[in-house]
Design a protein around this ligand. Structure first.
Ligand SMILES: Nc1nc2c(ncn2[C@@H]2O[C@H](COP(=O)(O)OP(=O)(O)O)[C@@H](O)[C@H]2O)c(=O)[nH]1
Ligand code: SF4
Ligand SMILES: [Mg+2]
Length: 396
């Protein structure tokens, strides 16, 4: 639904001898029958790149290195081809099966990963079969490994979690807005200055969006809502996008002509720090809430709680006004996200400004796995005030 350029995908290189189950593993990870699985070894000869969205990891590129296996290629040529793939790889996976005798083939790979400082893990596939050769070697040599069965879909969730943990810390695959604007585009930012604003400066999300626009070689025009009309009059052409603080959304909407693309800072960050489609899908659960339903408010950090706290005070009030129901709330903060979410009818995550995307994606994955709708503050606020469709349309 929302496009991601290849460069923002986490590249996962999948290596291993023939028939260990590389293609089957890709199918199991993605839940699709896209890789060619074959009983005749060597169906594919060149690395195959597959772009896909994997929860909780996000947009990935899986690289099936079928052509770089133990048969057919001599050592030197093999290393050369491996190095070519490694230039694009963020994480290496070495697939072995229970009976695999681990030898120079795998040891060369480990050597290459180490020399390039790439995180890697062994996947011991076909774990339902007897055979101790590979397990013995990996345990004895204290190699990081995880046991799975691609065929029975066992251990695949754990493997995804592991991949997430191995992903580079600064890995944030979704840009703020650089992918929806182009060079020289004009982007108008509406930043109200009220008593809640810090003295003498703007707030981080606003500054980050400005930086993203500048990095894209586009033009950022900053105004308060009170000068928005004047700013628009001064422009020779229609801006590519207007991004406003949600608080003044209505004022801004009334000033802007209908055909001007308009979004909010919270929608930009909901996408950057989470998954916009899932949050949007989740917010509709609000319309099904009944008296006595339980809602989880999940804050990502233990911030100082203000008297008009958004999670503890504002959201319950708005939801009460909107639904007219008597709803019950649990508030968790920091690392306290519960394992079992099944009693909640809705999870509402904070904006996640203090944590990385990985953290929020972990929550999304947990909620999805248990069939519990999840949304976030910004998307909920937009929905309750009837502006959701407009704020998400620039990202479609
Ligand atoms: N028993 C068992 N067989 C598997 C498993 N994963 C893959 N296979 C089988 O192993 C063979 C080779 O799999 P494939 O994915 O084509 O291996 P590749 O050459 O590494 O891509 C196929 O017959 C698969 O059905 C598994 O977890 N358990
Ligand atoms: S929105 Fe930011 S400050 Fe608020 S709880 Fe989440 S991470 Fe902490
Ligand atoms: Mg294959």
């Amino acid at each position: 639904m929302y496009k991601t350029p290849a460069s923002n995908r986490l590249h996962i290189g999948i290596f291993g001898k023939r028939n260990t189950g590389k293609s089957s593993l890709i199918n199991a990870i993605t839940g699709q029958d896209t890789a060619i699985v074959s009983d005749t070894p060597g169906t594919t000869t060149d690395p195959v790149y597959k772009a896909m969205e994997i929860l909780p990891i996000g947009p990935c590129m899986l690289i099936d290195t079928a052509g770089i296996d133990d048969e057919g290629l001599l050592g030197e040529e093999r290393v050369k081809r491996t190095q070519k793939v490694l230039r694009k790889t963020d994480i290496g996976i070495i697939v072995v099966e229970s009976e695999t005798v681990i030898d120079k083939f795998e040891e060369d790979l480990v050597g290459l990963f180490k020399s390039k400082k790439l995180p890697y893990i062994f996947v011991l596939n076909k774990c339902e079969l007897k055979g101790e050769a590979a397990r013995g070697y990996l345990s004895k040599n204290k190699m990081p490994f995880i046991e799975v069965s691609a065929k029975l879909n066992k251990g695949i969730g754990e493997l995804k979690e592991k991949i997430m943990d191995l992903a580079p810390l600064n890995w944030s695959p979704i840009p703020l807005i650089a992918d929806v604007i182009e060079e020289k585009d004009l982007v108008v930012l509406v930043c109200p200055i009220d008593s809640a604003m810090p003295q003498g400066r703007l707030i981080l999300p606003q500054v980050q969006v400005m930086r993203d626009i500048l990095d894209r070689n586009a033009v950022a025009i900053v105004t308060k809502e009170t000068e928005l009309k004047d700013s628009l009059t001064a422009l020779k052409s229609k801006p590519k996008l207007v991004i406003t603080d949600s608080q003044v959304f209505e004022t801004v909407r009334d000033i802007l002509p209908e055909d001007y693309p308009l979004t909010s800072f919270s929608a930009v960050f909901a996408r950057h720090k989470g998954d916009l489609s899932i949050f949007v899908e989740g917010v509709y659960a609000v319309d099904k809430l009944k008296d006595g339903d339980e809602i989880l408010i999940a804050e990502a950090c233990t911030h100082h709680v203000q008297p008009e706290d958004i999670g503890r005070t504002k959201i319950p009030t708005w939801l009460m006004d909107y639904t007219g129901k008597d709803l019950h709330y649990d508030v968790v903060a920091g690392g306290d996200f519960p394992e079992d979410l099944r009693r909640f009818k809705l999870v509402i995550s904070c904006g996640g400004c203090m944590v990385n995307r990985r953290e929020i994606m972990h929550r999304i994955e947990k909620a999805k796995a248990q069939g519990v709708p999840i949304t976030n503050y910004g998307i909920l606020m937009a929905y309750l005030s009837g502006i959701l469709d407009r704020v998400i349309s620039p990202f479609k």
